[in-house]
Design a protein around this ligand. Structure first.
Ligand SMILES: Cc1cc2nc3c(=O)[nH]c(=O)nc-3n(C[C@H](O)[C@H](O)[C@H](O)COP(=O)(O)OP(=O)(O)OC[C@H]3O[C@@H](n4cnc5c(N)ncnc54)[C@H](O)[C@@H]3O)c2cc1C
Length: 442
């Protein structure tokens, strides 16, 4: 994964103006830039840290249709088609392989959690189905753990996150996109309710269109211009193993453990039932909005104060264009992975997959997931500020859907039809009194 210690790769001269400024060089920002550049649009991408420094290089690398919210599924299926051609389009092997996703269950009760998804997946033409214990054994190379049931989607895929977004950024650069790392955007400049530029740490860049896709920072950025985005930041710990025997070549999760075969022959592993939340003053203010999600996810969400609680609670949330902001002070979010989580990964691995019990964990890291109160993203234009577009809150599932989300945002920015019903992803759902419908998971 990428951190602030990695050398700056993209350091273009900041232009005085651009057609579109994209704030955030994660998978959403970079894929949007890619689709806009293909149309000859002059795009500037600014990232306070590094391209893919945050979630987009730290995720598990699952590209899954399985288990999606029904409104996300057609978008995710389009994304899969885009992933299929991505390596060819950008000329880099990003480890994309269609090896399937597998949700492994120890009991009928666990299996029942997936009934809702299976009730609609077929009508979209998806190949998801239930497996019995014999089928699980043959798919897991003779291993079976305690798993008696599973849900399997053979057409799901995987790719290497730390390779993917930097490689698309290189392709963008070749298409003429200007990319500036270590360049924070402090706030938007507006006149009469219309965007006319962004204030970066190096000064003003004029533009009439801005896309905010700042991941865990989107809420703080939008707040500078009076917009209120409810957002919860959740820390997730991940590890990778040394090269190991082949159990399953795709993405699998069961008994709280997620494991995904890597291009290098190891596995990316993580706990599915252990996430940490470090509250801020804003978390208390938005507590009500997140209550339904917290009720459902409380078993896996651990509230932590952390040693930096004072800084989190006391640092100012509002600033001027001339202040050094939290964006410059936190170039790349690089939290320390949880020791408890790492130990449990090893324990569950030993217990459920004895074939992998002697393999070593050779690297660990953590990432901060940004989620909304209903755990589905915002993909929309702002009604309050003309020329502002927002794509954020992709929760723990924005990597797979990223290419289609980028294509959608590029279409919206150009005033074109995205080809999808985006009503579930509108920004106004948090403020117009709508009853929120929870998505399947964080
Ligand atoms: C541990 C973990 C596991 C995950 N596993 C999966 C998975 O298997 N499959 C899947 O589909 N998804 C997964 N996800 C989720 C997925 O990684 C994210 O949904 C996705 O990467 C979000 O992309 P993004 O572009 O919105 O945000 P990010 O990748 O977080 O990028 C946002 C960027 O904006 C920049 N930025 C913010 N504010 C400013 C500013 N003011 N000025 C300039 N730059 C700014 C940041 O520096 C950052 O680089 C996982 C996430 C984590 C953390």
């Amino acid at each position: 994964m990428i951190s602030a210690q990695c050398p700056i790769q993209f350091n273009d001269v900041l232009p005085a103006s651009a057609d579109v400024v994209i704030i955030g060089a994660g998978i959403i920002g970079i894929t949007t830039a890619w689709f806009l550049a293909k149309q000859g649009i002059k795009v500037l991408v600014c990232d306070k840290g590094r391209v893919a420094g945050e979630q987009s290089s730290r995720n598990w690398g699952w590209i899954r249709q399985q288990g999606r919210d029904e409104a996300e599924l057609p978008i995710m299926m389009e994304s899969m088609a885009l992933w299929e051609n991505l390596s060819n389009d950008i000329g880099v092997d990003i480890g994309f392989k269609r090896e399937g996703s597998l949700y492994l269950c120890e009991s009928e009760a666990e299996l029942a959690h997936h009934d809702h998804f299976l009730s609609f997946s077929k009508q979209y033409g998806l190949d998801s189905s239930r497996l019995n214990s014999k089928e699980i054994k043959s798919l897991l190379n003779g291993s079976q753990g305690r798993w008696r049931h599973a849900v399997h989607t053979p057409s799901d895929a995987r790719a290497e996150p730390s390779l993917t977004v930097p490689a698309i950024a290189e392709a963008c650069f070749r298409q003429g996109v200007i990319i500036k790392e270590a360049c924070a955007v402090r706030q938007l400049s507006t006149t009469n309710g219309h965007v006319d530029g962004v204030y970066t740490e190096y000064g003003l860049v004029k533009c009439s269109t801005v896309l905010c896709c700042g991941g865990a920072w989107s809420s703080d950025l939008l707040y500078q211009n009076g917009l209120d985005l409810p957002q919860l930041s959740v820390k997730a710990s991940v590890a990778r193993t040394e090269k190991s025997p082949l159990i399953f070549n795709g993405n699998a999760a069961g008994s709280g453990l997620a494991f995904r075969r890597r291009m290098d022959g190891g596995y990316t592993i993580a706990m599915t039932d252990f996430l940490e939340v470090f509250p801020t003053a804003q978390s208390f203010r938005q507590f009500g909005a997140f209550l339904p999600l917290l009720r459902v996810a409380h078993k896996k969400l651990k509230i932590r104060m952390g040693t930096d609680w004072k800084e989190r609670f006391l640092s100012p949330r509002k600033w001027t264009k001339d202040d050094i902001t939290i964006f410059e002070k936190n170039r790349v979010l690089n939290p320390v992975p949880s020791n408890y989580s790492l130990q449990r990964m090893k324990k569950v691995l030993n217990d459920r997959l004895p074939e992998l019990s002697n393999i070593a964990i050779i690297q660990s890291w953590a990432g901060v997931i940004d989620t909304t109160p209903d755990a589905v993203p915002v993909m929309d234009r702002s009604e309050a500020i003309k020329g502002l577009f927002i794509a954020t809150g992709f929760s723990g599932h924005g990597f797979g859907i990223g290419p289609a989300a980028g294509k959608i945002m590029a279409a919206l920015i150009q005033g074109n039809d995205s080809g999808h019903d985006l009503s579930r992803f509108r920004f106004s759902r948090f403020s117009d009194g709508s009853r929120l419908k929870l998505g399947p998971s964080i």
